[in-house]
Design a binder for this molecule. Sequence first.
Ligand SMILES: Nc1nc2c(ncn2[C@@H]2O[C@H](COP(=O)(O)OP(=O)(O)OP(=O)(O)O)[C@@H](O)[C@H]2O)c(=O)[nH]1
Length: 278
Amino acid sequence: MSSRRPQKPRPAAAKQLESLTQLMGHAEDVKTLMEEFAEGLSSVNLVLKQEIDAPNRQSNIDSAIQHSEILESKVQDATDKLALMNEALETEWQSRYDLEEQLAAVILDEAAARHASLHDPLTGLPNRSLFENRLTLGLAQAKRYDRALAVMFLDLNEFKQINDVYGHDVGDMVLQTIADRLKETTRQADTVSRLGGDEFVYLLAEFADLRDVLRVAQKIIQAIQVPCQLAQGVLVVQASIGIAIYPKHGDSAQALLKSADHAMFKAKRSKSSYAFAG
Ligand SMILES: Nc1nc2c(ncn2[C@@H]2O[C@H](COP(=O)(O)OP(=O)(O)OP(=O)(O)O)[C@@H](O)[C@H]2O)c(=O)[nH]1
């Protein structure tokens, strides 16, 4: 799991704001120059109009030309400033684009880190932490609406042998196959999680009565027993399930998990596929 803290884009944003403020200053300069230019041009036009009947024609023309040259240089100055502004604006756009990309990457990183902190890397199933959150939430709802809730603790039988005989990689593949089947048998309101090793837990938030819970347990048992077709051969895996019901077998997340775990051992000892707590 990555623990890298995402970079905050704040200093870059402050810099961008400063540059934009400078740009506004430039824009004001250019606006003033343009206003001066328009004013100057109309005064030159006025001089040229008056020139038609003027007694000192030559000196008036000289002064108008001089005035016009000054204006030309001001226009050149404004044009240069505009070019600078364009350049600065392009830089700002590029920097805005970079910041947006940076921000998108930070958001993706955060989402990936959050997902990794709540899921099992081998199977992609919710991990213990996410399961406990959902169980606590489910319990709060069950208490509020006076409903029952079931926790099923599931442990594969003789899984160690698979590792020992076929190797750890094959063991991993079996765990992934079982996890995929468990996902398929889980309804949207329910949660299945891998606690670690060959242990999985189920949270059943909605069911009418115990027969419903048993039906789910049997569905899980059957799904697990479907032979795993691997390059190394065909493997049949079996599981033992312990079932605890709120409020009968516990009224906290820890108490229910503990009761379901004990029931799973009871099932294992009696070689049954499942057993209820108590
Ligand atoms: N391949 C693989 N094996 C794992 C992983 N995590 C734990 N294990 C192994 O899973 C096995 C779990 O064995 P246990 O549940 O104790 O024993 P078991 O053989 O299933 O026996 P019973 O539960 O009594 O039927 C151990 O050998 C662990 O080393 C994993 O991520 N991958």
